[in-house]
Every structure is written in structure tokens, then in C-alpha cells.
Ligand binder design. Structure first.
Ligand code: PEP
Ligand code: MG
Length: 882
């Protein structure tokens, strides 16, 4: 079989569509070659080799050796140089390339093919001894570090001590003879660390690097990253071997990275950075401050270093043409890497660029308006979950700010928290509930867990394309990078700027949209949801079939949800209306009451508040449907626990604490989630539902008098049988009649049920004879289908996910196979009885995109989710319908 795919010289064996086989980088290198762009020739070893490697005890398929040799020969032919040749050596880079770009793996080895002999050939050919030895020492350092696993600092110590001895400050001060001395030091370091010399055999070098790429697929960082991003281990990585081009051969050479549009704002302007006389890793490492590509970019950032547009105008024009060609071809914003070798441009990579959500929206809307894509495609392009980023607060412009430093606006949004200096500390404090700002000189893949845990990230070194900036944008964390005035001292745990000392634990605020770093807590405001967001959501609304409602019971939540586009309330949990300190006493009093009279006395206190709650909710929802669920209190959440609580309840009920304690003990349940809750409470104590129904109808009448029609949807929880529903429906109908009688107003309403028990799903046909709507309570339905307690799952679910039993937490993403089958069955049987039955979902899954797709497939009428997830559900519903 074929394990190796060649590219170069205006053609390639691969294509962009072959990402699964060639990885993202390899597929796009092939595509760029086919487009006739200047790509250094090379070949890609497929992801299937990676899979084979791990399936066969880390061996390679037998044919691989010959195919790699043939690939190399083809490159030698195009370049006119020979791998390992003393006079005219071919040098190559070796890079990993998974389907999705994946930090955490071995990334790159450059200048491979150099040894004590070939370095002389390179020196002679290039006419630049210094360049040749600098390249060789870079190679030993990189290969030593990533392939041979010799720690960085050993090499840095050698270099530093050489500089010290010779009185030199900058790498650029070192001459060829200096590098030769450093190289000897480096080789000693390797010999000492490994007990064998640095490999001089170029074939050994090549296979070492290939092995290191495949090996890194299973290192801890890569595994963590895959878990975080739900990338299966079975995908494997490809390896790209490519002829070297040099951006560090003199001042007519450069290397850079760019985005075809601004990745922060989405603005349609070329955006990137370059370094003259440098090699690729210099840009990302943040050792030198990169220069801007365009004059506009330079001016916007107040830099006086010349832009590439000024320093290399011809190459810049060529690059700008490549930019347009790539965008027209890929119809998406591209993230590119390039090198200029003696004024000649080479493309090293292109891929769809990572971007902030704000940029993603602008780019999708702009491209649709430019005619590059259609509106449906624009809607498909936005990851629904990413909208969350936009819904985050920004700094209140009126708030006072004590700005202590300014860096680059690397990832937008404001964040405030305690200063921490290590990823582990960030993780530790955030697990304790603290918001933290992770402050680092620069970040590396080892810091990912801390970046994830942090509210924001601040670095003192590195550009817009530094590790911190790219990763933070991907995660939606706000980030300020390259705030160079700040000095971080990890040892003392102090950050200083102009005499100001900021210690670990101090509060700072960062604004990732402006790059500002501020002392203390700066107040924030909610985002404006207009512009591109509104445009795209408008398109999404046109494509979607399902309605989106919200789970809300407080006026604040209801208003927020309406602002986010909710088309009604799908679940008002009435027990949540009584969590505040005043009201909870009355609810507790009602629950611990020993007699109906006692309960009615407590209910009488609750009734007027409840009526007022509904009046307010109906007004806010202004004619939109409102589903009110009658009381469903798992008793353990409502029984008084402490002496103080019991005392309060005793006082309110006019009884003594002894009796309350006794009653609480009596009501205590071993399995509250399967206990006396939901409609079971209503069956035992119908006066509770009676009070609630009355409050609903009276509120409807009151709001109706002001000219607003309200058709309340009254929902009975935890029904397992038609009988339960019938008994409680009779109570509701009776109260409706009474309120109609006393008010003289006709009242329209619906009575429906939650489907949250397997029995209810199975008996849906007969339940639908009484229920006018179903709402799937998939929280309880998941709990009861799996027999996994919602409250106790956290202790063992991680084991289940690690063991691969659950791919996702079933309380987050609907288990479409099991729980989903019950939903399908209930929907089908319910419809058979009542063809126009309204079907919705109000479990947490209603705001989870994957679950929303499932709801579309089953044909539900609406999904209902928490207010902040309403936009996510709107977009997911649109994508599901497309
Ligand atoms: C459910 O069970 O899915 C539901 C929405 O109800 P609750 O979460 O209040 O039990
Ligand atoms: Mg429930």
C-alpha cells in the first residue's frame, strides 16, 4: 500500500480533501503545490502509518523505508542537492501534522541533514560560514531537545556562558568561530546526557525525527489536548518532510506568519508579523519583537520598525497576491507561514485560521456579503458553543482604571482575578472557586491546563501569534500578550512595573480587547448584541424550524432570555421561586406541616407572592408562551437542616422546634431524587397544586385585564401514569372554573406533563389522552434511564469517561442511543394519540448543540435552555435544520 505522498514543483499526489490521510498541514501543502504556489518540495508520511505504528508495537510497515527513500530522491531531483552529500547537502524540515492542529505534540525539527561534514558543504555553497554554523547549532539544539529529549536549559547555559566569556550580548554578535565553539559544547551536552554522541548519520537523524513525531502522538500533553478537544486517539498524525528554505541567510531573507484577515476583529485586512534574517521558530518564540506586515498594521500599533510592505515591497506584493488567491480558493480566512530566501517567497503552510468568535461572525457575514459563500454556509461556519465568548462582559467604559501596563490585545473580553504565576497554581485556585489571571513571561504547551483554568492570561513576551495568544483565542479566554514593561520574577512570586509591585494573590483586571492591564477590580458591563451577531442570528432564525424557549423563573433571567431571543418560557421551576431567605421559610413550613390545615396556613402566605411572580413573568414575556411547572421539590433540598433553620420554621408555624425536628426526621428520605417529589407531592397534598393553579389563573386574569392575552401552559412533573395526571388535571380544571366564576373572565390554558420517567415515555400514548403537551425532562430521564443519580454521578463519571464507557457526560450531552430512544418512542406514541401535541425539551440538554441536533431529528417543536444558552440553541437549531 501507499504510505508516502509527494508534493512540489507545481504538482502533488495529495489534495486538501485528504486531511484524514495526510493531516491538515500535509493536505494543504499538496493543495498549495497544485495551485502553483511556491512550496518547497517534500513528502507526507500518512496518518495510517501512525495507526499501524501503534497497532504493531511501534514498528513501521515494511514498504515504508523504500517509499521514504523514493520521496527523498524526488525532492533531491527538484532541488538539485543530495541528502547527506558533503558538497551539496539537501537539508529538510520534519514536522508533525494531525487532522486538526494540535499543540502538545512534537512540532518541528529544522535543518535536518547537517553534521560535521555537510555543514562545511553548506558553508561553501551559501558562501556564508556564520549562517552554516548557526544553522547547525540550531539543529543540534532542536533535535537534541525534541527528539533526544535533552532539556533546553543545558543548551542555553552553554550559549550564555560562551557569550559571557567573550563579552557578547546578542546572538547576532556571534561569528562563525563562536558558533563552532558552541557546537562543540552542544555535542558534549548530548554525549553527557545520552552517553552516546549526537547522530552524524543523516538517515539516523531522519528516522529519529520521524519516530519522535509518531511517539509524541501518545505523550501526556497531546493526550490531554485531545481529551479537551474531543479528538480521538485513533486519528493519528502524519509526518511532513520538506526541503529547507532559509529565512536567516541575510538581510534579504525573512520569515513570518500571517492571517488573511484580522483574527481578532475579523476586519478584511492582511494581518501578520515577520522577522528579517530569522528562522520560523524565532517568530513564535517571542525572542525578538516581530515587525508588522502592512503599513496600516504598523501604524495601528504605533511601531516604528518598518513594515514588510516598506522593507520588501516586491515580495510583499507577491505575498498579498497569494493571500487573495488562497482566500478565493479556500473561501475562508487562512493562517499562513512563509519564508523569504534571498528575495524569493516560499509558502510553508496554510490552514483555516483560528479566530475569536467576534472575528468569526464578521468574517462569515462579510464573506456572505462578498459573495464568497452563501448565507447558509455563513450560518454553518459558526460553532454554536463559541457564541458564549460574545456573551461575556466587557469593561465598563465609565469605570475608573488604573492602567499599569499595556500589551497586545491578543484575545478579547475582560477578566479580573487573582494573580498567579504558574499553571498548577491557576488550576488549584480555580478549583477552589477563585478567578485567576495566569501571568507568565510566555506560555508553552505545558501550561494548557492552567490557561484553561484561568479567567484570563497575561504574558510579558510574545506577539499576536505567540502560543499564549493563539491558544487563548481558541479557548475563548481573554488574553493580553507581550506586556513588556512588566517584569515577572517567578522565584519571589512578584511582578513589577515602574516601582509598582504586584504579588501573587493580588487582584488585577486585563482587557484582552485593548491590551490594557489594570490594578484591582474594574467593573464590567454586558455585551451589545447587535451588528454582525444580529445579522447572523437573523439568518439562523430564517433557517431554523424549532422554536427556542428558556428555562427561567426570575424576572432578571426572563428579561435576559428575551434579549437573547427566547420565544417563550419552556420551564418555570416554581420551587426555585422560593429559594430566597424570606420565602424559603414559608415553603419549609408548608413542607413540614403535619396537617392539611397547617399546610393551608403556610400556603396562604405563599399564594400572594406566587401570584405576583406570575404577573411579572407574564408581563415580561408579553404574550409569548409560558410553561409553568408545578412544585417539584426534592425534599432534601427543602427540609430545614440546621438548628437555626428549624427554629425559624417553628416560629413561622407557631409550633416548637421539637416538633419540627421530629417532622424533618420523619420526612427524611434515603433516595430523595426517587422519593416524595414531583406530582407525588401533589397527589398527597393537592392543596399545594391548587394554590399554584389559582395563582397562575388569577395572574392571567390580572394581566389579561391590561389587554395582554396569556395562555398559561401548566406542567405536571414526574408523571409515570395517566392516573396521576388525571387526578391533578381535575384539580387544575376545578380551580380554573372557580377563578372563571369569581372573575367573570374566560381563561384559556393547557395542561401537559413532563416526560422524565421511562414508564411515562413507554406509556406516552395513553398519557397523551390527557396531556396537551409533553416536555422532555431529560435530566431526570437520564437519571432514571441509566439509574445514575444526578447528585452522585460526579464521583464516578470521570472514570467512566476515562474508560471510554461514556464518550460524553450524559447529563451534558444527550445519550441519543438509550435516553434518546425513549424520547423518540414517547414522541411517536404521543403523536399517534394526539397528532398536534406540542413537544419540547427542558432538560439541560436543550442548550447543548449535539442534543439540539437530535431534537430536530425527532421533530420536537421547541428546545428550552438557560438564558445564556438561548443564542447557542438558536444557532444549533438552524444548523440542525440545514
Ligand atoms: C429534568 O428533569 O430534565 C427537568 C427539566 O427538571 P428538573 O431538572 O427540575 O428535575
Ligand atoms: Mg425533572
Amino acid at each position: 500500500s501507499k504510505w508516502v505522498y509527494s508534493f512540489g514543483d507545481g504538482k502533488a499526489e495529495g489534495r486538501a480533501e485528504m486531511k484524514n490521510l495526510l493531516g491538515g498541514k500535509g493536505a494543504n501543502l499538496a493543495e498549495m503545490s497544485n495551485l502553483g504556489l511556491p512550496v518547497p518540495p517534500g513528502f507526507t508520511i500518512t496518518t495510517e502509518v501512525c495507526t499501524w505504528f501503534y497497532d504493531n508495537g511501534r514498528q513501521y510497515p515494511a514498504e515504508l523505508k523504500d517509499q521514504v527513500a523514493a520521496g527523498l530522491t524526488a525532492v533531491e531531483g527538484i532541488i538539485g542537492a543530495t541528502f547527506g552529500d558533503a558538497d551539496n547537502p539537501l537539508l529538510v524540515s520534519v514536522r508533525s501534522g494531525a487532522r486538526a492542529s494540535m499543540p502538545g505534540m512534537m512540532d518541528t525539527v529544522l535543518n535536518l541533514g547537517l553534521n560535521d561534514i555537510t555543514v562545511r558543504g553548506l558553508a561553501k555553497r551559501s558562501g556564508d560560514e556564520r549562517f552554516a554554523y548557526d544553522s547547525y547549532r540550531r539543529f543540534i539544539q532542536m533535535y537534541g531537545n525534541v527528539v533526544l529529549d535533552v532539556d533546553h536549559h543545558h543548551f542555553e547555559e552553554i550559549l550564555d556562558s560562551h557569550k559571557r566569556d567573550r563579552g557578547l550580548s546578542y546572538d547576532t554578535d556571534l561569528e562563525a568561530s563562536d558558533w563552532q565553539a558552541v557546537i562543540e559544547g552542544y555535542k558534549d551536552v548530548v554525549q553527557e546526557a545520552l552517553g552516546r554522541p549526537f547522530p552524524q548519520d543523516v538517515q539516523e537523524q531522519l528516522w529519529g525525527a520521524i519516530g519522535a513525531v509518531f511517539g509524541s502522538w501518545m505523550n501526556q500533553r497531546a493526550i490531554t489536548y485531545r481529551k479537551l478537544h474531543e479528538i480521538p486517539a485513533s486519528w493519528g498524525t502524519a509526518v511532513n518532510v520538506q526541503a529547507m528554505v532559509f529565512g536567516n541567510m541575510g538581510n534579504d531573507c525573512a520569515t513570518g506568519v500571517a492571517f488573511t484577515r484580522n483574527p481578532s476583529t475579523g476586519e478584511n485586512a492582511f494581518y501578520g508579523e515577520y522577522l528579517i534574517n530569522a528562522q520560523g521558530e524565532d517568530v513564535v518564540a517571542g525572542i525578538r519583537t516581530p515587525q508588522h506586515l502592512t503599513i496600516a498594521g504598523r501604524q495601528a500599533n504605533g511601531s516604528d520598525l518598518p513594515a514588510m510592505e516598506e522593507s520588501m515591497p516586491e515580495v510583499f506584493q507577491q505575498l498579498d497576491a497569494v493571500r487573495l488567491k488562497l482566500e478565493r480558493h479556500y473561501r475562508d480566512m487562512q493562517d499562513i507561514e512563509f519564508t523569504v530566501q534571498q528575495k524569493k517567497l516560499y509558502m510553508l503552510q496554510t490552514r483555516n485560521g483560528k479566530r475569536t468568535t467576534a472575528a468569526a461572525l464578521k468574517i462569515a457575514v462579510d464573506m456572505a456579503q462578498e459573495g464568497l459563500i452563501d448565507e447558509a454556509e455563513a450560518v454553518r461556519r459558526i460553532e454554536p458553543k463559541s457564541l458564549d465568548q460574545l456573551l461575556h462582559p466587557t469593561l465598563d467604559p465609565k469605570a475608573e482604571r488604573k492602567i499599569i501596563a499595556k500589551g497586545l490585545p491578543a484575545s478579547p473580553g475582560a477578566a479580573c482575578g487573582k494573580v498567579v504565576f504558574s499553571a498548577d497554581e491557576a488550576e488549584r485556585l480555580s478549583q477552589m472557586g477563585d478567578a485567576v489571571i495566569l501571568c507568565r513571561v510566555e506560555t508553552s504547551p505545558e501550561d494548557i491546563h492552567g490557561m484553561h483554568a484561568a479567567a484570563g492570561i497575561l504574558t510579558t513576551r510574545g506577539g499576536m501569534t505567540s502560543h499564549a495568544a493563539v491558544v487563548a483565542r481558541g479557548m475563548g479566554r481573554s488574553c493580553v500578550s507581550g506586556a513588556g514593561e512588566l517584569r515577572i520574577d517567578y522565584k519571589t512570586g512578584v511582578m513589577t512595573v515602574r516601582g509598582e509591585k504586584i504579588a501573587a494573590g493580588d487582584i488585577i483586571t486585563i482587557d484582552g480587547s485593548t491590551g490594557e492591564v489594570m490594578l484591582g477590580h474594574v467593573p464590567t458591563i454586558q455585551p451589545e448584541l447587535s451588528g454582525d451577531f444580529a445579522t447572523l442570528m437573523g439568518w439562523a432564525d430564517r433557517f431554523r424550524r424549532m422554536k427556542v424557549r428558556t428555562n427561567a423563573e426570575t424576572p432578571l433571567d426572563a428579561r435576559t432570555a428575551v434579549k437573547f431571543g427566547a420565544e417563550g418560557i419552556g420551564l418555570c421551576r416554581t420551587e426555585h421561586m422560593f429559594f430566597d431567605t424570606e420565602r424559603i421559610i414559608a415553603v419549609r413550613e408548608m413542607i413540614v406541616a403535619e396537617t392539611e390545615a397547617g399546610r393551608r396556613a403556610a400556603l396562604a402566605k405563599i399564594a400572594p407572592m406566587q401570584r405576583q411572580d406570575f404577573v411579572e413573568l407574564f408581563r415580561i414575556m408579553a404574550g409569548l408562551p409560558v410553561t409553568i411547572r408545578l412544585l417539584d421539590p426534592p425534599l432534601h433540598e427543602f427540609l430545614p437542616n440546621s438548628e437555626e433553620e428549624m427554629d425559624e420554621v417553628a416560629k413561622a408555624a407557631g409550633t416548637d422546634i421539637q416538633r419540627v425536628r421530629h417532622r424533618a426526621l420523619q420526612l427524611h428520605e434515603a433516595n430523595p431524587m426517587l422519593g416524595h417529589r414531583g406530582c407525588r407531592l401533589g397527589i398527597s397534598y393537592p392543596e399545594i397544586y391548587e394554590m399554584q393553579a389559582r395563582a397562575i389563573f388569577e395572574a392571567a386574569v390580572e394581566v389579561g385585564k391590561a389587554g395582554q392575552t396569556v395562555i398559561p401552559e401548566i406542567m405536571i412533573p414526574l408523571v409515570g401514569t395517566k392516573k396521576e395526571l388525571d387526578i391533578l388535571k381535575a384539580v387544575i380544571d376545578r380551580v380554573a372554573g372557580e377563578v372563571k366564576q369569581s372573575s367573570g373572565v374566560q381563561i384559556d390554558y393547557l395542561v401537559g406533563t413532563m416526560i422524565e420517567l421511562p414508564r411515562a415515555a413507554l406509556r406516552a400514548a395513553e398519557i397523551a389522552q390527557s396531556a396537551e403537551f409533553f416536555s422532555f425532562g431529560t435530566n431526570d430521564l437520564t437519571q432514571t434511564t441509566f439509574g445514575i443519580s444526578r447528585d452522585d454521578a460526579a464521583s464516578f463519571l470521570p472514570d467512566y469517561q476515562r474508560a471510554g464507557i461514556f464518550e460524553h457526560d450524559p447529563f451534558v450531552t444527550l445519550d441519543t442511543e438509550g435516553v434518546g430512544e425513549l424520547v423518540s418512542i414517547a414522541a411517536e406514541r404521543g403523536r399517534k394519540t394526539r397528532p398536534d401535541i406540542k413537544l419540547g425539551i427542558c432538560g439541560e440538554h436543550g442548550g447543548d448543540p449535539a442534543s439540539v441536533y437530535f431534537c430536530e431529528k425527532v421533530g420536537l417543536s421547541y428546545v428550552s435552555c438557560s438564558p445564556y444558552r438561548v443564542p447557542i440553541a438558536r444557532l444549533a437549531a438552524a444548523q440542525a435544520a440545514l
